[in-house]
Design a protein around this ligand. Structure first.
Ligand code: PEP
Ligand code: MN
Length: 367
């Protein structure tokens, strides 16, 4: 059960104490208090955990300061969108707002290979007015002989350059909890030049220990990538692991699912699930056309398949696009065949703008 207080009630207010006193008559009920910062207002939510069947919803609804009481299903207790819970508050990180209404493009390097490439990528983003990017330092690779990323060694120049070019959030995959500490240290040494969104890759979608570690810190938001061979429900439960450890700043990323039925694409594009995830949960939803489509080829109409897949995600209301670009795709040490050439960045962004505008017109036409 979830008790939502009206916005005037703070998390230390007497109204909360009164609720907690009231609950003492029900044995076995625990409470968890969350402060939800939305774009317009901040709310205090109290989750009642335990045998809530006997707790009277009506009695709590009559208590001072209570706006709404919601009986929540067992599923996705924290990330879920429960009946009567209308707000999807999202979060602000390093000055950038992420919620189910915003849209950010994270174009960047799948893997940082040289300082020069990172510099060219970040400079192009600044020229294009972008403040978010992707930069891989720790790469989970299928073969142990493939480039594994430069790891902590590249963090100082990545963060320095991101700061220099005004980039505020860098999506960066971590494959081990130690890397969260390495990132924290390098960011500190850079004087807080930028911010990092911790990416949990598809291969770690059910690495529950890593998920718990990402959830136990609240400094960095988490970009969770759907497991490539598990159900949507299993992936959403994985996000619930992060949230249940304390961190609810999570973006859910669709990146295609693995099946030969997706051939000739690398994965089967699953962006029709954008509205599904937005309906079931309150998380912003990202699409990754690069790891879904996996190849840089143009259709008969002149668009890259990658652009069409991006458009499918954006027209369906995606809140973030994670996409591989490279100044010289032929020289990329990871996923070169799916990287868009850097000179295509302005056209790619313009296409996203056009499609987003169409999505917004569709929404306006509904109301
Ligand atoms: C990536 O984004 O670099 C990546 C490895 O993606 P995924 O985990 O979706 O394969
Ligand atoms: Mn990749």
């Amino acid at each position: 059960m979830l008790v939502i207080f009206s916005s005037e009630v703070g998390s230390e207010g007497p109204e909360l104490k009164r609720l907690i006193g009231h609950l003492e008559q029900y044995p076995g009920i625990r409470t968890q208090v969350h402060t939800v910062k939305g774009a317009i207002r901040t709310l205090t939510e109290v989750y009642l955990i335990g045998p809530t069947d006997t707790v009277s919803k009506d009695a709590i609804e009559q208590m001072p300061g209570v706006e709404r009481v919601v009986r929540i299903s067992e599923k996705y207790r924290l990330i879920g969108r429960h009946r009567g819970q209308v707000e999807a508050p999202g979060f602000v990180y390093n000055g950038v707002r992420f919620d189910q209404d915003t849209l950010h493009v994270f174009a960047g390097l799948c893997a940082v290979d040289t300082r020069e490439h990172a510099d060219r990528m970040l400079r192009a983003l600044k020229q294009a007015g972008q403040t978010t990017t992707r930069m891989g330092a720790y790469k989970p690779r299928t073969s142990p002989y493939d480039f594994q990323g430069h790891g902590a060694a590249c963090l100082p120049y990545v963060f320095e350059l991101a700061g220099k070019y005004g980039v505020k959030v860098v999506a960066m995959e971590v494959v081990h909890e130690d890397q969260i500490h390495e990132i924290r240290k390098a960011l500190e040494s850079s004087g807080g030049a930028t911010g990092v969104m911790l990416q949990i890759g598809t291969r770690n979608a059910q690495n529950f220990e890593l998920l718990k570690q990402a959830g136990q810190q609240k400094e960095f938001p988490v970009l969770f990538k759907r497991g490539m061979g598990i159900t949507l429900e299993e992936s959403l439960n994985a996000c619930e692991y992060v949230a249940s450890e304390g961190n609810r700043d999570i973006v859910f990323c669709l990146r295609g699912v693995q099946t030969h039925l997706g051939d000739p694409h690398r994965n089967l594009v699953d962006f029709a699930h954008v509205p599904v995830v937005k309906r079931l949960t309150r998380m912003p939803v990202c699409v990754d056309p690069s790891h879904s489509v996996g190849r840089r080829e143009r259709g008969a109409d002149g668009f890259y398949d990658l652009q069409h897949a991006t458009a499918q995600g954006v027209i369906a209301g995606a809140n973030m696009v994670l996409v591989d670009f490279h100044p010289n795709p032929a020289a990329a040490l990871c996923d070169g065949p799916q990287a868009m050439p850097l000179e295509e960045l302005p056209a790619f962004l313009e296409d996203v703008r056009i499609v987003r505008e169409a999505y917004e017109k569709r929404r306006a036409a509904l109301s």
